[in-house]
Design a protein around this ligand. Structure first.
Ligand code: NAD
Ligand code: DAU
Length: 339
């Protein structure tokens, strides 16, 4: 079995590669990644010498490069993690989100058609459903919830999902889509809530909470997401969408306070800053379908996962200190300087 994993030098893609190489020692995994600011080759250093692994630096929008790789490798499966993934960046500069997230998806699917793959899997997000009100805890996103996007990021992901379904119906491309809630764990880029708060707290810097910190996210340990995708690509039904989430809703402010507690840092570091434009209030996934059809259930409880994550950031300071000492400084000043 040969699998092309795009975006494998990023957070979830790298965790997925580690999971697959460990679980299926006879599979070949080829990582295709552009190495944008979010991609980090050092993340993959533990697998670089694995003879079942190949890394190729390329842009998923580059049709020639993508076709060349498909011709060389003749993959069975493509799992597309490659994306611009940060909502705040999409608000500042939407264009690259449309290019990579929509047009890049099209190039990969065209390659899949041309070279006859058996499965194209699109890694999507619960953000395509928009948000839920705080005063209706009985409501959850199911696969039937209408698409109702809020940010340029979520609109680009939803557009890609529609294109994936269109390629299935029009050309018969064997596709699946997964829509997951917020992930956390090792190798999470420190522009996102949990790693940003851990890094800032460790450096005794202010912890910038948007608005009142009342927004709710449904957190899932990254390994559980990887296991769900593994099941979907091997056992999921072609043409289907699967929601992935752990019924683990938490307010942002509670997460930040928990990080302070775990790191023994004062809550006085918490600073309320201007809210995100169009900020989604609550995400909550109903994972009944993937549970019933594929037997998937999240295995890591948040109380354990957050400890594991904090431990990882403490033990891997080189990884994130290297990131935050570079171009990230300009990003941070731009986003938080006058907030
Ligand atoms: P990330 O930003 O950490 O990593 C993205 C990776 O894609 C990077 O390695 C980057 O170099 C690569 N990439 C970006 N543009 C590319 C291009 N044009 N060509 C090739 N490679 C390119 O993202 P992540 O958090 O790991 O998310 C991975 C996927 O999962 C995304 O599609 C995202 O929408 C989706 N998702 C993320 C979450 C989450 O909580 N992080 C939840 C649900 C779904
Ligand atoms: O739900 C899945 C999505 O989760 C993925 O599709 C996205 O790729 C991923 O980035 C994530 O999106 P969010 O916008 O939910 O994640 P983020 O970590 O950026 O923010 C989580 C919450 O924390 C959100 O309500 C905004 C808030 N926040 C974020 C940052 C970076 C803050 O209060 N302060 C911050 O500095």
């Amino acid at each position: 079995m040969k699998i092309i994993v795009t975006g494998g030098a990023g957070f979830i893609g790298s965790n997925f590669i580690f999971h697959m190489l460990k679980k299926y020692p006879d599979y070949k995994i080829i990582c295709l990644d552009k190495l944008t600011y979010a991609g980090n080759l050092s993340t993959l250093k533990s697998v670089m010498d694995n003879t079942n692994f190949r890394f190729v630096k390329a842009d998923i929008c580059d049709r020639e490069a993508v076709y060349k790789l498909f011709e060389e490798e003749k993959p069975d499966i493509v799992v597309n993690f490659a994306a611009e993934s940060h909502v705040d960046r999409s608000i500042e500069n939407p264009e690259v989100f449309l290019q990579t997230n929509i047009l890049g998806t099209q190039v990969l699917m065209d390659a899949g058609r041309k070279f006859g793959i058996t499965r194209y899997h699109q890694v999507s997000t619960d953000e395509v459903y928009g948000d839920l009100p705080l005063d209706r805890p009985d409501l959850f996103f199911t696969e039937e919830t209408p698409i109702h996007t809020s940010s340029p990021y979520s609109a680009s992901k939803a557009s890609a999902d529609l294109l994936v379904l269109a390629y299935h119906r029009t050309y018969g491309l064997p596709v699946t889509i997964s829509r997951c809630s917020n992930n956390y764990g090792p190798y999470h880029f420190p522009e996102k809530l949990i790693p940003l708060m851990i890094a800032n707290a460790l450096n005794d810097k202010p912890l910038p909470v948007y608005g009142k910190g009342e927004n709710v996210r449904d957190w899932l340990y990254v390994e559980d997401h990887c296991k769900a995708i593994d099941l979907i690509i091997l056992k999921g039904k072609v043409g289907e969408i699967y929601n992935i989430g752990g019924h683990n809703e938490m307010k942002n402010i509670d997460i930040v306070k928990l990080i302070c507690k775990e790191l023994n840092k004062p809550e006085s570091l918490i600073t309320y800053v201007a809210d995100r434009k169009g900020h989604d209030m609550r995400y909550a996934i109903d994972p009944t379908k993937i549970h019933n059809e594929l037997g998937w259930l999240p295995e890591t409880k948040f109380a354990d996962g957050i400890k594991l994550t904090i431990k990882w950031y403490l033990e891997n300071k080189d990884w994130w200190e290297d990131i935050i000492s570079g171009e990230y400084q300009n990003y941070y000043m731009k986003m938080y300087g006058n907030r």
